[in-house]
Design a protein around this ligand. Structure first.
Ligand SMILES: N[C@@H](CCC(=O)N[C@@H](CS)C(=O)NCC(=O)O)C(=O)O
Length: 206
């Protein structure tokens, strides 16, 4: 069986759990707690030198990092990846947008404002000056999404892994101090994603 090296609260890991569930792919989960240091052990770094989860481990021991790459690997050939090459490229465009323009601000604000363990308060204080920048840049990304979703139901044709990738941290953006009520089209899209067959919430244990 495929092993997902997982952190339950991570939106990046949630994307993979959600796609796998919707694709009917079984996963064995191995949990890495936030701040546990378990992603930086020599054993884990031998599997993923980047030292981060999600990490998908195949039965033959090959390992694949990066949530977007894992989504693409699991979903290729399914209805979650457009058949048409242009629409598939647009899907990838949104997934790269998610990683460069959205996740570094929307996810990072949530991570530090909602989840950093008490013992790391000093580290949070050192980052406090970055919060306005995370919010400003995260709101730029949400505005880009809002403009697209005002005219389209999905990011690339039909519901695809681009929607899953962007849902991961958008649906929990309030935990990072973002006001989703400012984005009505995004809010309707969140409801459409959550209404897809076999949707699971981030908190659901495998
Ligand atoms: N670009 C990566 C980001 C992965 C990432 O930042 N993972 C975090 C959890 S969300 C992590 O492993 N943190 C633990 C660590 O850095 O040691 C992806 O999309 O998978």
């Amino acid at each position: 069986m495929l092993i997902l090296h997982n952190m339950q609260i991570s939106g990046n890991c949630y994307k993979v759990r959600l796609a796998a569930r919707q694709l009917g792919i079984a996963l064995q989960l191995k949990e890495y707690g936030l701040g546990s240091g378990l992603t930086r052990t020599p054993e884990f770094l031998a599997k993923n030198p980047i030292g981060r989860v999600p990490l998908l481990e195949l039965e033959d021991g090959r390992c694949l990092a990066e949530s977007g790459a894992i989504l693409f690997y699991l979903a290729e050939g399914s209805a979650l990846v457009p058949k048409d090459s242009w629409t598939r490229a647009k899907m990838l465009e949104w997934m790269f947008f998610e990683q460069y323009e959205h996740e570094p601000y929307v996810a990072v604000a949530r991570r530090w404002l909602a989840f950093e363990p008490k013992e790391a308060l000093e580290a949070l204080e050192a980052k406090r000056h970055l919060v306005p920048e995370w919010h400003a840049k995260g709101n730029v990304a949400l505005t880009v999404m809002e403009k697209h979703l005002a005219k389209n139901d999905w990011f690339a044709g039909a519901y695809s892994i681009a929607d899953i990738a962007l849902y991961g941290y958008t649906h929990s953006a309030a935990e990072g101090g973002f006001e989703l009520s400012r984005y009505p089209a995004v809010s309707y899209w969140l409801k459409r994603v959550a209404a897809q067959p076999n949707h699971i919430p981030l908190s659901e244990r495998w």
